[in-house]
Design a protein around this ligand. Structure first.
Ligand SMILES: NC(=O)c1ccc[n+]([C@@H]2O[C@H](COP(=O)([O-])OP(=O)(O)OC[C@H]3O[C@@H](n4cnc5c(N)ncnc54)[C@H](OP(=O)(O)O)[C@@H]3O)[C@@H](O)[C@H]2O)c1
Length: 373
C-alpha cells in the first residue's frame, strides 16, 4: 500500500509535517476527543445518581448502581396473583396524610428504592403530586401498580365514571390497576355522611355493576373494596357479580391482627391489603417498641419497622406502609424473610392481647350505625 511521507523538507531545508500527515493527526485528535466524550457520557448515564442524570436530560438512566430492585424482598413474595390473574406487588407506598409538598419526593424515593405499587385515593388530595412523581420518575407507567379509591359521595352509578376520570386526570394516566370502594357507605353527592343512602349502602350492587363496566371500558384493571366486614362481603358477593372483588383493604397491624378476616380471605381468595400496618401515626412508636418486635429485630439485624412489614407479607397480605421521610421509605422496603421461629413469636404476641381497632369514623361522621358491625 502506498504510504504518504509524514514529513518533508521545505525550501528552507526545514523538516515540516506533510499536509496529509497533519490532517491525519488532527483527525486522530478529534477521534480521541470524540471517544473520550462518548466514554464520559456513557459513564454518567450508567452510573451517576438519578437526580444528576435527569438534570442532564437523561430520561432513563441505564443503570442505577446500588439501587434495590423490586424483585428482591429477601426471600419474601414480591407479588400475589389476584383472582383476575393480575400480579399485584406485595408492598406499596401508602400516601394517606402525605402532605402535597412532600408527596412527589416520597413517591420518587419509593420508585428509586424498588417500590412498584402506590396506594392512593381521590380523598387524599395528593393525586396530582403522585402523578407528577410518576411522570418525572424513571419507571415506566406499565411497571407501576396504581391504586385509587372511590369516595363515599360518588357511589351512585352516574357519579362513578366522572369521579374515576378525575382521579385518572390527576394521576396523569388512562387506567388504574386497582379501583376500590373506599368505605361501605354511599352518601349522595353533595350530602353529609349522616344523610347516607340506606338502600345503596345496604346493597352496593349497582355501584359494583358500574365498576364492572369501568373494567370492560379499560379504565380499570381490577376492582375491590375497603373497610368491608365479612357480612358486607358476603352480602355483596351474594349478587350475580361478573367480577369478584379482588381485594379487601382493611386495618391490620400488631394491635388489630384481623384473625377471622385473614381466614375468610384465604378461604374466598379475596386478598387482604393491610392498611395502617405500623399502627398509623398514632401508634407507630408503640408498635416499634413492642418487646418481641425489638428482640426479633436485634436477633435478625433488622429494624423494628422492617420486622413488622415482613411479618405482614409472611401472613399473606399486601402491606401499605406510609412514610414521607425518604430514609424510612427506603428502610421499609429493605426486607428479609423472618425465620419461622421469629414469625411465630410476633404472631403469638399479636394474638395474645385483645384486638384494638385504631380507627372507626362512624361517630365522627354522625352515622346511626357502626360501620364495622
Ligand atoms: N382504606 C382505608 O380506609 C385506609 C385507611 C388508612 C390507611 N390506608 C392506607 O394505608 C397506608 C398506611 O397507613 P397509615 O398511614 O395509617 O399508617 P402506617 O403506615 O401504619 O404508619 C404511618 C406512620 O408511621 C411512620 N413511619 C413509617 N415508617 C416508619 C419507620 N420506618 N420508622 C418510624 N416511623 C415510621 C410515618 O411517619 P413519616 O411519614 O413522618 O415518616 C407515619 O407517621 C395509608 O397511607 C393509606 O394508603 C387506607
Amino acid at each position: 500500500m502506498l504510504r504518504l511521507p509524514q514529513y518533508y523538507r521545505d525550501d528552507k531545508n526545514q523538516v515540516t509535517p506533510h499536509k496529509s500527515a497533519s490532517l491525519r493527526k488532527s483527525c486522530l485528535t478529534w477521534k480521541r476527543l470524540l471517544a473520550i466524550s462518548l466514554f464520559l457520557m456513557l459513564s454518567v448515564a450508567f452510573t451517576a445518581p438519578k437526580s444528576l442524570t435527569s438534570r442532564l436530560g437523561f430520561k432513563f438512566p441505564l443503570l442505577r448502581c446500588g439501587i434495590h430492585t423490586p424483585q428482591d424482598l429477601g426471600g419474601l413474595p414480591t407479588h400475589y396473583t389476584l383472582s383476575s390473574g393480575s400480579r399485584i406487588p406485595s408492598i406499596a407506598l401508602g400516601v394517606w396524610r402525605a402532605p402535597k409538598d412532600q408527596t412527589v419526593t416520597a413517591v420518587k424515593t419509593a420508585l428509586d428504592s424498588g417500590y412498584r405499587h402506590i396506594d392512593g385515593a381521590w380523598v387524599y388530595r395528593n393525586e396530582e403530586e403522585v402523578g407528577q412523581a410518576l411522570k418525572e420518575g424513571n419507571v415506566k407507567r406499565e411497571d407501576v401498580w396504581l391504586t385509587s379509591k372511590l369516595w363515599n359521595n360518588f357511589h351512585a352509578p352516574e357519579d362513578i365514571e366522572p369521579a374515576l376520570d378525575d382521579s385518572l386526570k390527576k394521576l396523569g394516566t388512562d387506567y388504574l390497576d386497582l379501583y376500590i370502594i373506599h368505605w361501605p357507605l354511599a352518601i349522595p353527592k353533595d350530602e353529609k355522611p349522616a344523610n347516607y343512602d340506606k338502600e345503596l349502602t345496604a346493597n352496593p350492587y349497582p355501584t359494583w355493576q358500574k365498576l364492572e363496566e369501568m373494567v370492560a371500558k379499560g379504565k380499570v384493571r381490577n376492582i375491590g373494596v375497603s373497610n368491608f366486614n365479612i357480612r358486607r362481603l358476603q352480602n355483596l358477593t351474594a349478587n350475580p357479580l361478573k367480577i369478584q372483588p379482588a381485594v379487601n383493604q382493611v386495618e391490620i397491624n400488631f394491635w388489630f391482627p384481623q384473625i377471622e378476616m385473614l381466614e375468610y380471605s384465604k378461604k374466598t381468595g379475596i386478598l387482604l391489603e393491610a392498611y395502617s400496618p405500623l399502627g398509623s401515626a398514632e401508634r407507630v412508636t408503640e408498635s416499634l417498641n413492642v418487646q418481641e418486635v425489638k428482640e426479633v429485630a436485634e436477633e435478625l439485624g433488622m429494624t423494628p419497622a422492617q420486622v413488622l412489614i415482613a411479618w405482614h407479607i409472611q401472613r399473606g397480605t399486601v402491606v401499605l406502609p406510609k412514610s414521607v421521610t425518604p430514609s424510612r421509605v427506603t428502610e421499609n422496603i429493605h426486607l428479609k424473610k423472618l425465620s419461622e421461629e421469629a414469625f411465630d413469636k410476633i404472631e403469638k404476641a399479636a394474638r395474645a392481647h385483645k384486638p384494638q381497632r385504631g380507627s372507626n369514623p362512624s361517630q365522627n361522621w354522625g352515622l346511626d350505625f357502626d360501620i364495622f358491625e
